[in-house]
Write a protein that binds this ligand. Structure first.
Ligand code: T46
Length: 134
């Protein structure tokens, strides 16, 4: 799906364990202005239910697994995240829902902008209208 892709991070480390470093300009698509993380969500809960007007994010499941259901207004695609060495890059107006959280799942999100409630589109019909106009 356009504007949504999985990024494979370069994994460093040695026999003591693995390490991923994310630096602006080096294997990372934008300047990070905000980091947040989500944990303690029950398996069947569905989070998200929104899109963003002007935000890029890279989403990493640093522990456990979960499913991201992305919708561009025409089709839906499910991304199963289960590796700290992969990030789901989302840019543009993409409706997202995420669910199927494993025990101990931690989702870390790297965002291109500061938190701004006005950037959210939380009405699905409005999302469809804006997605199909662009
Ligand atoms: C997204 C998905 C993947 C803040 O105060 N600051 C923040 O930076 C964020 C992201 C949230 N909040 C507050 C707003 C709510 O009171 O935290 C509470 C939960 O946020 P929300 O219901 O938006 O959480 P999710 O899991 O539905 O969505 C979040 C992000 O908001 C969203 O941008 O793409 O994770």
């Amino acid at each position: 799906m356009k504007d949504c892709e999985l990024i494979n991070f370069k994994v460093r480390g040695d026999h003591t364990g693995s390490l991923v470093a994310l630096e602006k300009g080096e294997d990372f698509p934008f300047e990070i202005k905000r980091v947040y993380y989500i944990w303690g969500t029950d398996q069947k809960v569905i989070r998200g239910h929104h899109s963003h007007r002007n935000l890029e994010q890279v989403i990493v499941c640093t522990s456990g697994s979960c499913d991201f259901i992305l919708d561009n207004g025409y089709c839906r695609e499910i991304f199963h995240l289960n590796s700290p060495a992969q990030g789901l890059h989302i840019k543009g107006n993409i409706w997202r829902e995420f669910t199927n959280f494993s025990q101990g799942c931690v989702v870390m999100v790297l965002a291109s902008e500061h938190y701004n409630p006005a950037d959210y589109i939380r009405d699905y019909d409005l999302f469809l209208k804006t997605a199909r106009e662009s």
